[in-house]
Design a protein around this ligand. Structure first.
Ligand code: UDX
Ligand code: ADP
Length: 471
């Protein structure tokens, strides 16, 4: 079959860019992206898109109103479509069975039930959200138990591998597209229909077809392995700080082995983002369910190491600042979980700033893209600061790095935004405006430490031993 109309349920970081690119690359296909969140849809229909992603505006503005539509009319879009992407959120459960590790599938289930209830013709239903292995089976059971007569649903798994900040280039030029299907005649036909959509712009040899369960598990596995590399280099960064080895040099030397490769070996204050931790915990939960405690413990350690890295950095800051940051002004540069995104989910900055607030520091924060309301939402936590007013007592959100650093005792670089590099910011000006001794902590290895030391800064860098002490 040839797909003419696509519906995408969920206009978030995954559904929005992915389906906008499908509309862009397949002008003959009508794509409607729906969401229950009216404000989000209004933003998608405005000049001010709800997510920041380099290149996204060009794609959306080129096709919106032609073959790309954003709407809250979920039922109509479901009914019109031949193929439906389910791209809703699957956060880690906060309460109940599996709390803290299992994925909350309530949104997937409710979207699936909606499809079953309103569909008046057969559909291909594509699982796009990252889900635990065998979720497709549950979706199938729900669809088949609730659908009208003579309607069939074929389920595919098509996990998304885009990374935020590079979503559009990743989608234009993916390493691979993975499509899993039931190995039945109908399943394979549905798989072929989705292959045909992607091959509008992706070379066929980059499209991998597998069975449903391999596809579901591969997404968890890929994210777990990527996060594992970061935790590995971060674990080594602790050894570097203790011994005098330099983590950048170690990463480079290891990465030159073609079997290891250079990517994803950048030590940092810890990985964030909506996927890594969630997907590993998902894998942990899966292993526990199948009575594989050693496997569960193995993967859990990747998350434990990530938490340890953030803790270690906070300790290093406090101990360097003469064991107290009470009432000291700490300038934090960056709140997003990585550069080129306004997304803050699981950002290391959240943990760091909460710790600073608990130590009664005065935090002055600057991030070029994150919305202020989002920052308050992330930082309000019972026991640390119960309300916006309480957060405001400890936190000032600034409109530039210079403003944040004015009169600061220490600067902490948390996100690797290009504009924080010493080639962009005037660190001499920052040094002149700070209290002395002026400390700077580089959690992202983006600064030229020797250059800053020459200016007079006391510099501490993740994964690097400060041979001169704090001098
Ligand atoms: C990740 C996967 O890369 C992507 O394939 C998947 O679809 C979703 O999850 P994302 O979370 O958007 O993408 O960003 P990514 O670039 O992977 O970075 C995740 C975190 O790891 C960030 O906090 C980043 O700063 C950190 N990181 C990344 C490091 O600390 N060191 C590195 O070498 C790479
Ligand atoms: P992701 O990063 O996986 O894209 P987001 O949280 O950014 O996740 O986006 C998921 C979107 O899915 C949210 O905007 C949410 O409102 C939407 N959503 C969740 N459940 C439904 C549903 N049943 N119908 C329509 N939209 C939904």
């Amino acid at each position: 079959m040839t797909v003419k109309k696509i519906c995408c349920i969920g206009a978030g970081y995954v559904g929005g860019p992915t389906c906008a690119v499908i509309a862009y690359k397949c002008p003959g296909i009508q794509v409607t992206i729906v969401d229950l969140n009216q404000a989000r849809i209004d933003a998608w229909n405005s000049d001010n898109l709800p997510i920041y992603e380099p290149g996204l505006e060009d794609v959306v503005f080129a096709r919106r109103g032609k073959n790309l539509f954003f709407s809250t009319d979920v039922d109509k879009a479901i009914n019109d479509a031949d193929l439906i992407f389910v791209s809703v959120n699957t956060p880690t459960k906060k309460t109940g069975m599996g709390a803290g590790s299992a994925a909350d599938l309530a949104y997937v289930e409710s979207a699936t039930r909606r499809i079953a209830e309103v569909a008046t013709s057969s559909k291909i239903v594509v699982e796009k959200s990252t889900v635990p292995c065998r979720t497709a089976q549950s979706m199938r059971t729900i669809l088949e138990a609730n659908c009208r007569e003579n309607i069939r649903f074929d389920i595919l798994s098509n996990p998304e591998f885009l990374a935020e900040g590079t979503a559009i280039t990743d989608l234009f030029n993916p390493d691979r597209v993975l499509i899993g299907a039931l190995q039945t005649e109908e399943g394979l036909k549905a798989q072929q229909a989705l292959v045909e959509i992607y091959t509008h712009w992706v070379p066929i040899e980059r499209v991998i077809t597998t069975n449903l369960w391999s596809s579901e598990l591969s997404k968890l596995a890929a994210n777990a392995m990527l996060a594992q590399r970061i935790s590995s280099i971060n674990a080594l960064s602790a050894i570097c700080e203790a011994t005098g080895a330099d983590v950048d040099e170690v990463a480079y030397a290891c990465g030159r082995d073609s079997r290891i490769g250079p990517k994803f070996l950048k030590a940092s204050v810890g990985f964030g983002g909506s996927c890594f931790q969630k997907d590993i915990l998902n894998l942990v939960y899966l292993a526990e369910q199948f009575h594989l405690p050693e496997v569960a413990a193995y993967w859990r350690q990747v998350v434990i190491m990530n938490e340890y890295q953030k803790e270690r950095f906070v300790h290093r800051i406090i101990s360097t600042l003469f064991n107290t940051i009470t009432n000291k002004k700490i300038a934090v540069l960056g709140f997003a979980f990585k550069k080129d995104t306004g997304d803050t989910r699981e950002s290391a900055a959240i943990t760091l700033i909460k710790d600073f607030i608990q130590e009664h520091a005065r935090v002055h924060l600057y991030d070029p893209k994150v919305e202020h309301a989002q920052i308050y939402m992330d930082l309000i936590e019972p026991g640390v600061a119960d309300s916006k007013a309480q957060v405001e007592k400890h936190l000032t959100i600034c409109s530039s790095a210079y403003e944040a650093c004015q009169d600061a005792d220490a600067v902490v670089v948390v996100t690797e935004w290009d504009e924080f590099k010493d080639t962009h910011l005037d660190y001499q000006k920052i040094y002149d405006s700070m209290h002395k001794p002026a400390f700077i902590f580089d959690g992202r290895l983006i600064l030229d430490a020797p250059k800053l030391r020459k200016m007079g800064f006391k510099v501490e860098v993740i994964g690097k031993h400060n041979l001169a002490g704090t001098a």
